[in-house]
Design a protein. Structure first.
Length: 309
């Protein structure tokens, strides 16, 4: 074992820490994680773990969600500048203005949003359960869905509900084009195209399956097929290949890389843990209590009402 890995393992044991990693993390981070998963799976793990310290290898809103669910635990984000541009496309003030324009509407926010926006929302959702969350809401109620316009339009299609959308988007998923899907199909004939709902509608429309990252992994695990085109951030190919080494996976576009997800390195994981050992809170993600309690209500409604995928 190399020196950095050994030190991480020692500190993990000493501080009863758990390492959670999103499916888009660099391969070497996924490999040291106790659990890898999608946003929903990671939220549930963060809430259920007995560990005192959670080292969250993902982007800021994910670590923030863990801190909202488990205020008694220490949540460390090894790179504080690993943000999510989509989450930053809406503020609490903008959402309050939108709510004023649509009095009485129920607000559903995608988990890719700041804690303050969750605090202004009635329900949170992830890409794994957005359709079910919206489907469970009273039919006579207007629904505001923020911030992802593409996930929102997908949910609107699937539920036949007329949602009030916000013009947010993921810059990495926007890079995947219809031509990418067509070219990938030509280079891997017969492959199943699995697409994340953050992709644009034309891309979704020529795909075979629309899945969260966790659902992609589950589908591949259960499928007899051996060829897959993956239209999401390229980091997931690592976990897909690990899970099914005899299958072929190609990324719909090599450009679909989330630079923020790639900011986490093994050294940064170690530094965050060493810093914690020195009783510093430089890497700790905390949410002020008055925001946290309101945001938690929206997340609890999601976690309680829906089974994990
Ligand atoms: P998943 O919840 O599907 O893992 O997606 C998170 C995300 O940020 C997609 O860009
Ligand atoms: Fe945010 Fe897109 Fe990165 Fe997901 S892939 S964390 S939505 S920027």
């Amino acid at each position: 074992m190399n020196n950095v890995l050994e030190k991480i393992q020692n500190l993990k044991q000493r501080y009863e820490a758990v390492i959670l990693a999103h499916n888009y993390q660099p391969g070497e981070i996924q490999d040291i994680a106790d659990f890898t998963g999608d946003s929903l799976g990671l939220s549930i793990k963060a809430a259920q773990t007995d560990a005192r310290v959670i080292v969250f290898c993902g982007v800021y809103f994910m670590a923030e969600t863990a801190a909202i669910l488990s205020p008694e635990k220490t949540v460390l984000l090894p790179e504080k500048h690993a943000g999510c541009p989509m989450a930053d496309m809406i503020t609490a003030e903008q959402l309050r203005d939108l709510k004023q324009k649509h009095p009485g509407a129920i607000v559903v926010c995608y988990v890719n949003s700041p804690a303050e926006v969750k605090a202004e929302s009635d329900y949170c959702c992830t890409s794994a359960n957005a359709v079910e969350v919206v489907d469970s809401l009273p039919e006579d109620k207007k629904i505001i869905f923020v911030p992802d316009q593409y996930l929102g339009s997908y949910v609107a299609e699937k539920t036949s509900r007329d949602l009030v959308l916000w013009p947010g988007y993921c810059p990495s998923h926007m890079l995947i084009t219809e031509d990418d899907i067509k070219n990938a199909r030509a280079s891997l004939p017969g492959a199943i195209v699995m697409t994340h709902p953050e992709c644009t509608k034309p891309v979704r429309d020529i795909s075979d399956q629309i899945f969260s990252t966790g659902q992609m992994l589950k589908f591949v695990r259960q499928s007899d097929a051996k060829r897959f085109i993956v239209a999401t951030e390229t980091g997931i190919i690592h976990s897909l290949k690990k899970q099914k080494p005899d299958a072929e996976f190609i990324a719909a576009s090599q450009k679909a890389v989330c630079p923020n997800m790639k900011k986490i390195t093994l050294e940064k994981v170690l530094w965050a843990m060493e810093d914690f050992a020195k009783a510093s809170s430089k890497y700790q993600v905390k949410v002020p209590d008055q925001i946290r309690k309101r945001a938690k209500k929206a997340i609890d409604r999601m976690v309680e009402t829906l089974p994990a995928n």
